[in-house]
Design a protein around this ligand. Structure first.
Ligand SMILES: [Zn+2]
Length: 468
């Protein structure tokens, strides 16, 4: 280990001091370089390859670290390692490579719609907006039925670093979709009590909503009224009565109070938090301070474009902008909410949301900002700062900084050039044939770069969302 210079805290890893929190391991001296493009070495046409870059794992930032994976797309090695003779290697000193984000709350079928006009007054529960004529003239929300559009919505998420989406739909060859397809490993249930809610406690007892044997995501407690609270209590009763042991995650769970939060912790139930959508519709959101104090695990989700964020990174920034008493959520916690927490919520801890041996090679390369802590670097990135995205060790996006990868690591013929837009990076989307036609649609740029309106960040009612 003597060739590694290991330090804590202050260390010049990119020519400037940085990284107050990350434990930095310098694998290659003077390696990191802002603005440097990737280079490629090694022979083509071999299975499995490797990336050398500034690699962020749960414990360390490896400067000049290596991630090596096999032909099954599983990581075999992470950290400081020598490059093998003739090894196929993409070498990216100008990037920070991190695990791909996991978004457990998206409705891909609505992802190409226009954002809603703000409701005239804060709503009380999902039952209000489902019927509110001021929002959609008395009709229900329109669906994005086209497979091409779903592909473009997935691409929008990929281009901002999300590699796994539980979105009740899927496009072939893009993000990982644990809740879609014939053999979905995750059950994803929307509004199990319907539009009219729980008629009585008997009505709750009779239901066997959680009788399945899969990790489950279920919409519950979307609203601030007593009925929203009753939905949560009912599902916790169900979990106890049916002795369900697979991971259970409540989507929204706004109507939680301290006793319910304590029950959730006791029953090992987590939540997916979608603050932008909640604040837009209800001017309130889940009491994150109560949930954190109780020890409940929280993941972030975008909900849908009609009232939520266009990307998970946007959602993280919105979450951080909500401040109570001058406090905001930490970068560390927000990163966990997009990686390790959602991985655990779908029973895939150790396989997704981290760069570790045995995990899937789902990775994102963000342009390095010299002097930033690596997590701040990532959270302050916009889509122009994403240079490469891999799912299963296969390139799904190749940006300008990594263009050398075309024809070396992915045939250019498998890729489609992205249209010029205000927000999407220049580069190529790869690995999904349907995208070539989808990207030629006149509405492609609008789907990739939707305009979302402002949402207030002041809580008008509901519990304070931050730890005090
Ligand atoms: Zn939803």
């Amino acid at each position: 280990m003597n060739r590694f210079v290991r330090t804590m805290a202050i260390l010049a890893w990119a020519g400037a001091s940085c990284c107050a929190k990350a434990d930095v391991i310098q694998c290659v001296p003077h390696y990191a370089k802002e603005g440097a493009k990737c280079s490629a070495t090694g022979a083509a046409n071999r299975s499995g390859w490797a990336i050398r870059s500034n690699v962020l794992t749960a414990e360390h930032l490896y400067v000049g670290g290596l991630v090596r994976w096999n032909s099954a797309g599983r990581i075999e090695q992470v950290g400081c390692a020598d490059v093998k003779t003739d090894e196929r290697l993409l070498d990216c000193p100008g990037e920070v490579v991190a695990p791909g984000f996991i978004n457990l709350h998206e409705h891909l079928n609505f992802g190409a719609d226009k954002p809603l006009p703000p409701p005239a007054h804060p709503l009380s529960s999902h039952r209000d907006w489902q019927d509110d004529p001021s929002l959609w003239g008395g009709k229900s929300a329109p669906w994005t039925l086209s497979g091409q559009l779903i592909g473009l919505v997935e691409l929008r998420h990929l281009l901002s670093g999300t590699t796994t989406i539980a979105g009740r739909a899927r496009a072939k060859g893009l993000t990982r979709n644990p809740d879609a397809g014939w053999f979905a490993s995750v059950a994803n249930i929307t509004f199990p009590f319907g539009k009219h809610g729980l008629a009585s406690s008997d009505h709750c007892r009779d239901r066997r909503i959680l009788s399945g044997k899969k990790p489950t995501l279920v919409h519950a407690g979307e609203g601030t009224d007593a009925e929203s609270r009753a939905e949560i209590a009912c599902l916790l009763d169900n979990r106890e009565a049916l002795a369900q042991s697979e991971p259970l995650t409540l989507v929204h769970a706004m109507a939680v109070d301290e006793p319910l939060a304590a029950r959730m912790k006791g029953l090992d139930v987590s939540i997916v938090w979608s603050p932008r959508s909640n604040m837009f519709l209800y001017a309130a959101t889940a009491p994150v301070d109560v949930l954190l104090r109780a020890g409940v695990s929280i993941s972030l989700g975008t909900d849908w474009l009609l009232s939520g964020s266009a990307t998970l990174l946007d959602e993280a920034r919105y979450a951080q902008s909500l401040s109570m008493n001058g406090k905001a959520l930490s970068d560390d916690l927000l990163m966990d909410m997009m990686t390790t927490h959602p991985a655990a919520a779908i029973g895939m801890r150790g396989q997704l949301g981290e760069l570790s041996v045995g995990a899937y090679a789902d990775m994102v390369g963000f342009k390095l900002h010299e002097g930033d802590d690596p997590k701040r670097n990532i959270l302050s990135s916009d889509t122009h700062d994403v240079s490469l995205v891999l799912v299963d060790g296969k390139l799904k996006f190749v940006g300008e900084g990594a263009s050398v990868a075309l024809d070396t690591f992915v045939p250019k013929s498998d890729c489609a050039v992205l249209p010029e837009t205000k927000c999407a990076p220049n580069g190529y989307a790869c690995g999904a044939r349907s995208l070539k036609r989808a990207l030629k649609r006149p509405d492609a740029a609008e789907v990739l770069c939707p305009v979302t309106g402002p949402v207030n960040t002041k809580l008008q009612f509901g519990a304070a969302p931050f730890p005090s």
